[in-house]
Design a protein around this ligand. Structure first.
Ligand SMILES: Cc1ncc(COP(=O)(O)O)c(C=O)c1O
Length: 459
């Protein structure tokens, strides 16, 4: 009874979703009635590059980068933007990012290696993360990267030893734990973070305290969380200055900046989706604070806070992931079969589910269209399933879609954040990624082959 009611509600939400507008992603319908990106019919991409397929819209990518850069230009001189590599660590995308002047925020030895290999200068690299190898710390020090943000106190002594060994100084940052339930960073209330800063300052030959780092939220629709993080960080800076006379020059505000077209499910939505398959309410477009107003408010508030605390305004660093790439990429997945059960859901069997390709759809709302008729009316509920042989490999449950048939292609929006990062080659090789630009689609990552899947085997 409750389930039926909730499903009816979900049907109404899906039917009247503000996201049924392709313009939100700069996509169109062409004269054949097909989904079209930068003049390219998406249905023509599958025979060329295979299915499933990730499609990056370069114009949309550059637009989102440009909008952020314009908004962030109000930040104090020397402030910088770094793309969070883990969000979509595909060199073809990262190169476009760096070409536009965005730096690299990396969280692993591999990502650091990749940033250096892509030619990112040290001053445009930030190294975060909980598991930094000694070799990677040495590379980071050698490259003179802007900051190695420590996650735990043990890193201080490893960094000191690495710097001493190289006869160089390491630029260090300290990540603050903003919640007692977060495993990241150093505790503020117990004095751990304060003591760590003092320890760093006590080794001026090897360590230079450059940065305070805060990151906690995800897909924030307005500034409230970031304002409170910034406020706590500035108070921390003031206390450190009072205790030591030292002013930390950079404040790294992390990422977590939201997009209008996806939302993270809250606990109740997630529970109802798991329990009853009730797809939650789509994000409401009006709740999203546009990037210019978001950044303007954040920067003004930091300046005002510094004024109140008698601190010079630090140079600001931000590490957006989702904000820069989410809307610039979508996933094409093919429907292989439609199975109607006498009592129970209608299954659309596709070649992409959450266990191989669409993990974010597990806890985020994502819009989807049928590429061959994106404007068609929404007719029926489907459990859209993936191709890994387990019932938990769904893409969507109770998704309202036009009537499907085998051969249809689904286009899942906002695949530019965490889709390829979480993708796996569970039983099938991972798919190709193409970038569309000026009416042409170019492969930026080839589909894996069977040989790739066995390349590291030695038996
Ligand atoms: C330290 C850090 N910076 C930046 C990001 C990017 O976050 P988002 O994609 O929400 O902007 C993350 C993501 O978890 C992160 O952990």
């Amino acid at each position: 009874m409750i389930k039926a009611l909730l499903l009816r509600l979900s049907e109404s939400w899906q039917r009247h979703s503000g996201l049924r507008d392709l313009g939100l992603w700069d996509l169109e319908v062409n004269s054949a009635g097909h989904l079209c990106v930068q003049g390219i019919d998406t249905l023509q991409l599958i025979p060329r590059f295979g299915s499933p397929l990730l499609v990056v819209n370069r114009a949309r990518l550059m637009k989102d980068i440009g909008a952020l850069q314009e908004a962030f230009a109000r930040a104090p001189a020397g402030s910088k933007i770094f793309y969070s590599y883990k969000t979509n660590c595909v060199p073809g995308i990262l190169k476009a990012m760096h070409g536009a002047g965005i730096g690299a925020e990396v969280i692993s030895p591999y990502e650091l290696w990749l940033a250096e290999r892509l030619g990112v200068p040290g001053a445009m690299i930030l190294y975060n993360g909980v598991d930094k190898s000694d070799e990677s710390l040495e590379s980071a020090i050698r490259a003179g990267i802007l900051a190695i943000n420590i996650d735990h106190v043990e890193e201080i002594h490893r960094l000191r030893a690495a710097a001493a060994g190289l006869g160089r100084k390491a630029n260090v940052g300290v990540r603050l734990a903003l919640s007692s339930r977060s495993q990241f960073g150093l505790d503020v209330d117990s004095g751990e973070a304060h003591a760590a800063c003092k320890t760093i300052l006590s080794y001026p030959e090897q360590l230079s305290l450059q940065c305070l780092h805060v990151h906690l939220t995800s897909n924030a629709k307005d500034t409230s969380a970031h304002l409170s993080f910034a406020d706590r960080a500035l108070k921390f800076m003031r206390q450190l200055k009072d205790a030591t006379g030292y002013t930390i020059p950079y404040l790294d505000l992390g990422g977590g900046f939201g997009v209008p077209t996806t939302k993270n499910m809250n606990g109740i939505e997630y529970g109802l989706y798991r329990l009853f398959g009730v797809l939650p309410r789509p994000p409401q477009l009006g709740r999203w604070q546009p990037v210019s107003s978001f950044m303007g408010e954040l920067i003004e508030s930091i300046e005002a806070g510094c004024g109140r605390l008698g601190l010079p305004t630090p140079r600001l660093l931000i590490e957006p992931g989702r904000l820069l790439t989410s809307r610039a990429e979508f996933l094409l997945a093919s429907v292989r079969s439609v199975k109607r059960r006498t009592r129970g859901p209608t299954f659309a069997m596709t070649d992409a589910g959450r266990l191989s390709m669409t993990f974010p759809c597990d806890f985020e709302y994502h819009e989807a269209f049928v590429a061959g008729r994106p404007s068609a009316q929404l007719d029926a509920f489907y459990d859209v399933m993936g191709r890994v042989c387990t019932s938990s490999d769904w893409m969507f449950r109770n998704r309202l879609l036009p009537k499907l048939q085998p051969g249809d292609v689904l286009a899942v929006m906002d695949a530019g954040a965490y889709f390829s990062s979480y993708s796996s080659n569970f039983a099938f090789p991972r798919p190709a990624i193409v970038m569309v630009q000026d009416g042409e689609a170019n492969l930026i990552r080839a589909a894996e082959s069977f040989d790739h899947l066995t390349a590291m085997d030695r038996a």
